[in-house]
Design a protein around this ligand. Sequence first.
Ligand code: XIL
Length: 302
Amino acid sequence: GTTLGAAAAESGRYFGTAVAANRLGDNTYSTILAREFNMCTAENEMKWDATEPSQNNFSYGSADNIVNRCNQFGARMRGHALAWHSQQPGWAQNMSGTSLRNAMLNHVTQVANHYRGRIYAWDVVNEAFADGGSGARRDSNLQRTGNDWIEAAFRAARAADPNAKLCYNDYNTDNWNDAKTQAVYRMVQDFRNRSVPIDCVGLQSHFNSGSPYPSNYRTTLSSFAALGVDVQITELDIEGSGTTQANTYRNVVNDCLAVARCTGITVWGIRDSDSWRASGTPLLFDGSGNKKAAYQSTLDAL
Ligand code: XIL
């Protein structure tokens, strides 16, 4: 394959990117998008604050623009994200208890229903575990509605879109030895044992000096896969530049390809100038849209 998407497809995988609706009018951006990628994730446009700005009033315009564009050139969609402590609309931030639980379930149901049949995989719940060594759930208004809020969200998503793969997605779950990774693993194992509907685990994999690419990354991918779920690398970016960065991208791709149930890789933006990281050069194209060394090592490894 001569593009990321085509090369990934040779092994039955996809290669995706986060897409920002307000960049679709940028020619350089949209040319690379359509040429290289066969999976898209809305960077912000499917989040709770964007899709339900006031309670029970749903707004899909920007997200639909991304879905329509990506479908036009033949890419599928990952849905991101139905239930999350962050980027909630103000009205939800101020809720708690049963009313928040019901509002969350209604949100999951309505959004998953709107996109029924058009989403390859949904991040049903995002970032529900705490950082550090506790292995505990993250405190949030959603967590305070009861420990079963995650499985309730997954059941609502399954009912609304039975054909979408349902994922749990998080960051700092890359190192197999970390308490957070182990805690997510135990939740997925428990869900599988009790037939709570879950099909995949997303590893965001934002790598930087504080949370570097771990040498046991492949073990993490294969261990989750052994629970009977797919694994996906959902928000990849790697701080750095040059050969060092290119080598880490190569290692990530090699690890995914070594695990049969690692079904695809998504980078969190196209050009370095599109990255959510204020400074730094963590992506595959430079600010002018030129292919970086990291692009070439990624393509070669696919
Ligand atoms: C980020 C977006 O890239 C930014 O534009 C936004 O300001 C904040 O959110 N984990 C996630 C993503 O799951 O949704 C986040 O995206 C990055 C971290």
